[in-house]
Design a protein around this ligand. Sequence first.
Ligand code: HPA
Length: 274
Amino acid sequence: MNGILKKIDDAAKCIEEKFGSGFNVAVILGSGLGKLMDEAQDLKLLDYSDIPGFPMTTAKGHAGQMITGKLGGRRILAMKGRFHYYEGHDISDVILPVRVFRKLGIDTLIATNAAGGINKTFRAGDLMVIRDHISFFAPSPLRGANLDELGQRFPDMTEAYSKRLIQLALQSARDLEIQVREGVYAFLKGPMYETPAEIKALGIMGADAVGMSTVPEVITARHMGMEVLGISCITNMAAGISEEPLNHEEVLTAARRTEKDFSRLIAEIIRRIE
Ligand code: HPA
């Protein structure tokens, strides 16, 4: 068996042994956004270090646990903490959990992140439903021999983010009276924040926000035919939009400030997903 397929199988088996099966939705919780599962019932936790083949997370503000529980009547499998390319992980390890989600029969992925705001009408603390992404400067998680068992060689990305789930997210936000933005997320490798010139260029290209995650996972999910929703928490205005130097502590603090609205919104979306 192909090494990657075996790795997916082993990790999926481990999670199934600990958590059982029959999950409805997978959620990746970004920096400072880990509280979603606090309200869930029948919680069970599994450290990444106990899942075969999973790397260790090194980013501050990112725990390393798989969590299951019931939220809005749905069985959720959530990642508290993700693997970033900038940590030095091989790109195939960054996206391993998403392949494991699919192996476990999950067909809906909600990916969240902290992001810098490029769109000048945005403010720190805003939530942004991701309409599309730009990933020109990043490695493709699908590079190398195609795994035909998972998906096709040249997957379509026309609707990387499900129009149906975007509408459902916007309607949920309206009903909860939580203001949300909509926009394009640009993925950069990091770990350095961008220069003002890079942010200016990204803005001209059509990006509304910028971050160092999510896109590899989304591409991988779409390769396997999963339906995807992405939500960013705008934790700061990007370099040059704000005159202030950026720092990670500020990003975490801002994410934590919006965590309550963020968790309410995601829980409501999950409740409404069919
Ligand atoms: N740039 C890149 N990634 C980020 C930012 C940013 O300004 N804020 C939070 N994640």
